[in-house]
Design a protein around this ligand. Structure first.
Ligand code: SF4
Length: 280
């Protein structure tokens, strides 16, 4: 096999391979670094704050004031690495932080955190399916008074247009499959909280959607196996190319994939070229 297989299949790997096999190779097999982006770091910051806020034992203490205290704590945790890597001047840092505050204010418009009952936060689930190691980290798993469970996923980017909404649900259907496999319980609802807009997009899993998630995971994994075996990762140009960090090395845009490491200023792989590191 020209490339060793990744150790696990996650929603990110699955959607990345589905959208562009070459970008998947660069990210997960070559492990090329992507330049830090304010959008991604802000997303990490807001997720961290919500993890702290919803982790507060006393539900009545999950307040806006508490969220701002958690923002201070999360900021301190990320300041030296992720936030510093953005190279923002004082004015841009202030604006960056204000944007995070706005997302948190809008969070309170989409749900009342005092009314939810999380039974898992950043819940790391793994299951084996047809010899494939599935893994997913769920932002939050809630249990309702009825005993039903609900998967909650926070989104800090724009809500999709209706025609793209279904594609954005692929990750949460993967989580539903994991809940079924690991917990023996199927969520009654999959809820995406888009904080920017703010809007909630929800779907209910069914036997058909679970079967679809299972078939998709197996089919994509088999395609990854073939691509690794034949070292055949083709570019798949789409609207996502405009934000792709690998575009300068993409043959669809006149680039040379063999020079991607050099172009991105990444250190040489410690392994020989024919045995690149295995992605997790
Ligand atoms: S620029 Fe587009 S086609 Fe090329 S690797 Fe990135 S996503 Fe794929």
């Amino acid at each position: 096999m020209a490339y060793p297989l990744p150790a696990t299949l996650t929603p990110s790997k699955l959607t990345k391979f589905m959208s562009c096999p070459l970008a998947f190779r660069f990210s997960y097999l070559d492990e090329l670094p992507e330049p830090p982006s304010p959008h991604l770091v802000r997303g990490t910051l807001v997720h961290k704050v919500l993890e702290m806020l919803l982790g507060t034992e006393l539900a009545v203490e999950r307040t806006r004031a508490r969220a701002l205290v958690a923002l201070d704590d999360a900021w301190e945790m990320l300041e030296e690495d992720e936030i510093a890597s953005l190279g923002l001047d004082d004015r841009a840092r202030t604006a960056f932080r204000r944007e995070a505050e706005v997302l948190l204010e809008r969070y309170f418009d989409v749900e009342d955190p005092a009314s939810v009952n999380p039974i898992g936060i950043e819940l790391d689930l793994r299951a084996e399916l047809d010899g494939i190691e599935l893994r997913g980290i769920i932002d939050r798993l809630d249990e309702m008074e009825t005993g039903e469970i609900v998967v909650v996923d926070y989104k800090t980017g724009k809500a999709p247009r209706p025609e793209h909404a279904r594609a954005r649900m692929v990750g949460v259907h993967f989580y539903a499959l994991l809940c079924e496999q690991v917990l023996g319980r199927v969520p009654t609802e999959l809820r995406l909280l888009y904080l920017r807009d703010p809007v909630v997009v929800a779907e209910s899993p069914s036997p058909q959607t679970l079967r679809g998630a299972r078939q998709r995971a197996v089919a994509v994994w088999r395609a990854i196996e073939r691509a690794c075996d034949q070292d055949d990762f083709r570019p798949n140009p789409s609207r996502l190319c405009s934000s792709c960090a690998f575009r300068p090395s993409c043959p669809a845009f006149g680039g040379d994939p063999s020079r991607a490491r050099e172009v991105l200023g990444a250190p040489e792989s410690p392994e020989p070229a024919e045995t690149p590191p295995v992605a997790g």
